[in-house]
Design a protein around this ligand. Structure first.
Ligand SMILES: [Zn+2]
Ligand SMILES: [Zn+2]
Length: 371
């Protein structure tokens, strides 16, 4: 029975209600003493029960994660190579002609070649549209005018280290049904000469609808910093094409370490949150709105495995790793820059030097006034 999962709340004060569907004629709320007809409550709570049952059902209904990705043909597997970073353990895949000279993640220069095995073949790939030259230019722009950047940290000195990499992604499609309840208020305040009167109207709002989610991405790489990845999104998925090994020529691919199954909670969260936001934003015309509950149930779903293009450069600079990334399709660029602390100190020392004589001068001037 779905009934147990619904805790009935008084429609007036939201206090717990001693209510059993279809029994008796009338119920009085113990908290606010409002009387309700059971027939009205039955009608009111029917949707809640239906939604609770659907949410229960949705928990059972799993994503078909095992359908994401395919297996490599023997000819494809034969030309693929694996490399493991001796420092951070990241595993990269490339074709026989492409060798990464350094780790895309930690900047370490020792990549250990290994046997390629056990990875799924991507369903789709988003091809690179931006060239290495574009990436160098973007990095130059990014470094320009950064006063505290060390002199030896310039884009041109890093060119040979800029590597095109495919980042593994799981893409989730789903049709969902969402239903939510809100309590809302509108207040009026006026003065009748003696008293200030506040009149508050309370509303109970229900919103529901179906929504289709298309290509909700979840990063398949633990090595890849999620904030970085999310800040170079979005990708234009309309340009996504079926994957072939040809797309690997000259690039490396990160081997996923978060499998489709493990990516599900992130996808579910993103979908649930977006649905809740859309429903909430449709409750307009009130002074206050607060969500009482929200249920989201999946109706149909599918998962695919895709590769997204990124230009990446990671550098170890005085023990710290600095990463720059560019969306290989749109050119959106993000990065962290090393700060030359020597320069920083000189700068603040200079500021202190400038302010000192002024204080001294004013001090002397005031002293002379009183002399
Ligand atoms: Zn009540
Ligand atoms: Zn590494």
């Amino acid at each position: 029975m779905g009934n147990e999962s619904v805790s009935y709340k008084c429609p007036n004060c939201r206090g717990p209600l001693a209510y059993t569907p279809g029994q008796g004629d009338e119920i009085t709320c113990e908290y606010c003493e409002t009387k309700f007809s059971v027939a009205d409550l039955d009608k009111l709570f029917a949707t809640e029960r239906e939604m609770a049952a659907k949410t229960e059902e949705a928990k059972e209904q799993k994503w078909e994660a095992e359908k994401a990705g395919g297996s490599w043909d023997p000819e494809e597997a034969a030309i693929l190579r694996a490399m493991t970073c001796s420092s951070c353990g990241a595993e990269l895949i490339c074709d026989e002609n492409t060798m990464a000279t350094q780790c895309c993640y930690c900047g370490n220069a020792t990549m250990v070649p290994g046997r390629f095995s056990g990875s799924l073949k991507p369903d789709y790939v988003i091809p690179f549209e931006k060239t290495k030259e574009d990436a160098v230019k973007a990095m130059d722009e990014f470094c320009k005018g950064k006063f505290l950047l060390p002199k030896d940290f310039t884009a041109s000195s890093r060119v040979e280290k800029i590597q095109g990499m495919y980042v593994p992604f799981w893409l989730f499609d789903a049709d969902v049904e969402g239903r939510a309840q809100y309590s809302a208020t509108n207040s009026r305040v006026w003065d009748d000469g003696d008293n200030t009167i506040t009149e508050t109207d309370h509303f109970r709002c229900t919103r529901g609808g179906t929504m289709s989610f298309y290509r909700v991405p979840v990063d398949g790489s633990e090595d890849m910093d999620n904030t970085f990845m999310q800040s170079i999104e979005p990708y234009d998925y309309s340009k996504m094409v079926p994957f072939t090994t040809t797309y690997l020529a000259g690039y490396v691919a990160d081997k996923y370490d978060v499998d489709a199954q493990a990516a599900i909670p992130d996808a579910d969260n993103r979908i649930r949150q977006t649905t809740a936001d859309v429903l909430y934003n449709s409750v307009n015309g009130f002074d206050t709105v607060s969500q009482e509950d929200c249920a989201v149930a999946k109706e149909s779903s599918s998962v695919a495995y895709a590769m997204a293009p990124v230009w990446i450069v990671s550098n170890k600079y005085k023990g710290e790793v600095y990463t720059f990334m560019m969306n290989g399709q749109t050119g959106k660029f993000v990065g962290s820059l090393p700060v030359d602390y020597g320069k920083g100190k000189r700068y603040s020392a200079l500021a202190a030097l400038i302010s000192l004589p002024v204080t001294y001068y004013i001090g002397k001037f005031i002293a002379s006034l009183f002399a």
